[in-house]
Design a protein around this ligand. Structure first.
Ligand SMILES: Nc1ncnc2c1ncn2[C@@H]1O[C@H](COP(=O)(O)OP(=O)(O)O)[C@@H](O)[C@H]1O
Ligand SMILES: [Mg+2]
Length: 260
């Protein structure tokens, strides 16, 4: 899809310049980082900035190369070929965003191989043809390293096909600005929520799989902005999504209530 309106994206470092240079050189880009740190928003923003179509695939256990490349479908008693999103993007010169690439089945790696190097082509085995990618085509993928530790990893042979960029939680000032712009909440409350989140992020001893992301703070701020009691909003939007351990939630609730 094409964005008519500029998506709000707060730049954190040099990521905009890096993306633009990757695009100029037609290099594939891998965005690494925890969930909710603005990776998807960044790609949307860059698609808008470069005036390009963006095709996003959210990869999961069942995502296979067929889903990306295309398949024959039966229409009446005739079969016709339907391009998958990757083929569509390669033909039309869009940006393809493979969100959570490591989640997909390994056979997609074979499918993207020749698109990520100098060949820039894709072989459609069911049609027996090779398609040369449009000169404006670009591949972007995301990967959550912490989360994957116990699950799926990206093989070095795949990682090394991409220029890679790390996403982290923004500084308190920038994150406060993001929360305010996204939700319309007042600055003192946005600051409090960000400070609480940074405290929780530093509590490594809780052993949380994932910690409070910018996304969760945005959700809490929206609830507060619409009139919900701040403690309750923080609890349901920022704490409950993190864990099911009642004791941990109680500890974090105390921390929240002290800070609000
Ligand atoms: N740098 C940023 N600029 C603007 N919004 C951001 C930024 N980082 C996070 N957000 C907010 O957090 C939400 C989650 O970000 P998202 O891009 O979906 O994260 P990811 O793709 O890394 O999981 C966004 O919808 C937006 O409200
Ligand atoms: Mg995302």
């Amino acid at each position: 899809m094409k964005y008519n309106k500029e998506p709000f994206y707060q730049s954190i470092g040099q990521e905009i310049d890096i993306f633009e240079r990757c695009y100029a050189n037609r290099l594939p880009l891998l965005l690494k980082g925890p969930t909710g740190t603005g990776k998807s928003r960044f790609v949307e923003y860059m698609a808008y900035r470069l005036n390009k179509d963006l095709i996003t695939i959210t990869c999961h256990d069942e995502t296979s190369s067929t889903d990306l490349i295309g398949r024959y479908i039966l229409k009446g008693n005739e079969t016709s070929w339907i391009d998958g999103p990757l083929t569509m993007a390669a033909r039309s010169g869009a940006i393809i965003y493979l969100d959570e690439m490591a989640e997909a089945r390994p056979d997609i790696l074979v499918a993207i191989h020749s698109l990520t190097d100098f060949r820039r082509n894709i072989f459609i085995d069911k049609l027996g043809i090779e398609i040369q990618a449009h000169e404006d085509f670009m591949m972007v993928a995301s990967f959550n390293p912490g989360y994957q530790k116990s699950m799926k990893e990206l093989k070095p042979s795949t990682r090394q096909r991409f220029v890679a960029l790390s996403f982290q939680y923004p500084s308190a000032d920038l994150e406060t600005k993001i929360i305010q712009t996204e939700t319309g909440i007042q600055s003192p409350m946005a600051m409090k929520l960000v400070n609480i989140s940074n405290k929780i992020r530093n509590l490594h001893e809780l052993g949380l799989m994932e910690t409070v992301s910018t996304r969760l703070i945005v959700d809490a701020a929206k609830l507060i902005h619409s009139g919900m009691n701040p403690s309750l909003a923080a609890k349901v939007a920022m704490l409950e999504p993190l864990t099911d351990e009642l004791e941990t939630i109680q500890t974090l609730e105390d921390l929240v209530n002290l800070a609000l």
